[in-house]
Design a protein. Sequence first.
Length: 163
Amino acid sequence: MSLIRPSVGWPSAIARTKPGEWWVVRTKSRHEKILARELNGVGITAYLLVKRESRQYAQRAVDVEVPLFGRVVFVYGSLEDIRFAISSGCVVSVARAQDQVGLHADFDLLAATLPSDAAESHEDDAARRAKAPPTVELHREVIFRLRRELDVPPEALNVRGVE
């Protein structure tokens, strides 16, 4: 599993420097990467977990990255940032994440256990592995907690409700 990450850093660093909240943004079908790249390009923090899969195309195997959670991008920002995301035309609905602190912790845990090509870090690989050894079980637990955030709460905002 790899992670499409923003250029501005990991959530713990962002929380200390930028006011905002976590949002679960549902996108149109196959618009996850488009939205994440567009938001990260203008400095809005958007996280899209992706996994590598091998696909067969005309008797040729191709490795592709597909979103771990289809049609979902996690965004950290203000209501103005969410309005910008909605104006992209990729967004179907938006909901404020229920566990704000938990999302920071979960993304930090993933950052500590993913390979260096997937996670931005100022530490070397050996120090990171010593702190938090990567395990499949650990990743499953974090992914389970992230999936709980995807249960859209009753106060979920329709796109028209945010504008």
